[in-house]
Design a protein around this ligand. Structure first.
Ligand code: C2O
Length: 545
């Protein structure tokens, strides 16, 4: 195994998009930031120099961080921020996973422009469990605002209202020629007839799920979230923020030009307007005449839930592939967690303008998670410091009532309570969680992301989870393995994982607007009694609050 050492210089710079200049924060002057290529088993050493005016942390989305929880990155969870002018070195070894992951800032909305791909190839001598691609292509889908994103978020938090919508979606940082002044800001991919390409897709958008399609071509999904899947043939890919997909494309069309296009999948009630624009890139066959008009794919309607659900529930894991893990069959910890929007008091804030004199919030089991401010949760856990969190994440019995009943949308049940309430697990506990979307205030699909672990998705569906009948639908043979699950709108999903990685693992909605609203909790996993698998103390340059 090798050591992959890189430096990230995080700095503000001005870029032109959609006819105007905009100051953004970016890594090494590029948007998206640098791609990290590694092989399974390699050790990564990333020196992060914060030359931006903001506090900063970097998260390695989907990386297990076995016994290196100090390098995971979510601000105030596993570390205090790197202050402007300071630096921190993230060190971790990649074990037990290969495929497409990514990295992003994990403090407020900085990740809108501070993100990049993290590609894990098989160890030397190992091959992919699919035909060897002729070339690999990165496709990072993003979201763009015509104003400074930190201002957009701060304004919405101060006023207690939903933030402004983005102004464009992007492919590899470029909106594509359907937007104004964007002819040159269009990603182009040249392909050779007959060759197979491995597309590595990442949804790095902040607040939207995306449909993705390429005109005239079928796509074959071979992995999601860096876990191999049974080959799944489809016209359309659906990605929630945080999710990735490895997709094979065969260049078998007539020579010509074809649009690849991404636009939102958004089916939410009472959620207000959203950015319903389309980003495009162009796939051109070598030897095609120039100035061709690309063919446009027929994308589903923005609210086409059946299409989104068909894709998400159709994926299965590739049994027996390297790093595949069977479903743990005995369950030690059973949790039922409602996830959804809510409202909370303005707290004497004169500028607060949310509905009914309240502010928007979000919660799990009605608890709105608040980040600590004086110490990271992981330090508090590791050094047993009192007063930073309480290990009393509320239990809610399943089937109290129909959580998805639309008439609940004005219910006082949506009134959330703030706190830093976490759940503790014994080392190696098998955890099963029923995630139940609610209809308080609004009905949405929430992309739930677990740090430090993958999980099996046993089943998903609509309405209220039925503890007797829906259990019969569990796939215990080859369920898809991922780190982020889009819990269906007005529905539920059941996940299972083994808490075998000591640390503090954030579990949260990957819509960036819902994290500060409180749609999160933290799982504290205790040390293994065997000394060789206990979490060591933090490194010497660890940032202090
Ligand atoms: Cu991709 Cu907690 O994040």
């Amino acid at each position: 195994a090798a050591t992959v050492e890189r430096s990230f210089h995080v700095q503000n710079l001005t870029v032109w998009r959609l006819c105007r200049p905009q100051v953004i924060t970016a890594v090494n002057g590029s948007l998206p930031g640098p791609t990290i290529y590694a092989r399974e088993g390699d050790t990564l050493i990333i020196h992060v120099f914060n030359k931006s005016p903001y506090n900063l942390t970097i998260h390695w989305h989907g990386i297990f961080q076995r016994l290196t929880a100090w390098a995971d990155g979510p601000s105030y969870i596993t570390q205090c921020p790197i202050l402007p002018g300071n630096s921190y070195t993230y060190r971790f070894t990649i074990t037990g996973q290969e495929g497409t992951l990514w990295w992003h800032a994990h403090l407020l909305w900085l990740r809108a422009t501070v993100y990049g791909a993290l590609i894990i190839r098989p160890k030397w001598g190992h091959t992919y469990p699919f035909p060897k691609p002729y070339k690999e292509v990165l496709l990072l889908l993003g979201e763009w605002w015509n104003s400074n994103v930190m201002d957009v978020e701060n304004e919405s938090l101060q006023l207690g209202i939903t933030p402004n919508n983005s102004d464009a979606y992007t492919i590899n940082g470029k909106p594509g020629e359907l937007y104004p002044c964007s002819k040159k800001q269009t990603y182009k991919l040249k392909v050779a007839p007959g060759k197979i390409y491995l597309l590595r897709l990442i949804n790095a958008a902040l607040n939207n799920q995306l449909f993705f399609e390429i005109a005239g071509h079928v796509l074959k999904v071979v992995a999601v979230d860096a876990a191999y899947t049974d080959p799944y043939v489809t016209d359309i890919i659906v990605l929630a923020p945080g999710q990735t997909a490895d997709v094979l494309l065969t260049a078998e069309q007539w020579p010509g030009a074809y649009y690849m296009a991404g636009r939102p999948y958004f089916n939410a009630e009472n959620a207000g307007p959203f950015d319903n624009t389309t980003t495009t890139g162009i796939l051109v066959y070598e030897g095609s005449a120039s100035a061709l008009i690309p063919k446009m794919p027929l994308l589903p309607a923005f609210n086409d839930t059946p299409t989104a659900h068909k894709f998400s529930s159709g994926l299965t894991s590739l049994v027996g592939a390297r790093h595949w893990v069977p479903v743990p069959c005995k369950v030690d910890e059973q949790m039922f967690i409602t996830i959804g929007l809510g409202l909370s008091p303005c707290g004497g804030n004169a500028t607060c303008q949310g509905p009914n004199g309240l502010r928007f919030s979000a919660s799990m089991n009605n608890a709105s998670f608040q980040l600590p401010t004086s110490l990271s949760l992981l330090e508090a856990f590791f050094y047993d410091v009192k007063g930073i969190y309480t290990a009393d994440f509320p239990d809610v019995p399943p089937l109290v009532f129909d959580y998805t009943n639309r008439s609940l949308s004005q219910s006082p049940l949506g009134f959330t309570l703030k706190g830093t309430r976490v759940k503790k697990f014994k080392y190696n506990a098998t955890v099963e969680i029923v995630l139940q979307n609610t209809a308080f205030v609004g009905v949405e699909n929430h992309p739930m992301h677990l740090h430090g672990n993958n999980f099996h998705v046993l089943a998903q569906g609509f309405g209220n989870f039925d503890a007797i009948n829906d259990r019969k639908k569990f796939n215990l043979i080859n369920p898809v393995i991922r780190n982020t699950i889009g819990v269906p709108v007005g529905g539920w999903a059941v996940i299972r994982f083994q808490a075998n990685n000591p640390g503090a693992w954030l579990f949260h909605c990957h819509f960036d607007v819902h994290l500060p609203w409180g749609l999160a909790t933290v799982f504290l996993v205790e040390n293994c009694p065997i000394l060789s698998s206990t979490l060591p103390p933090p490194p010497a340059d660890f940032p202090k609050c």
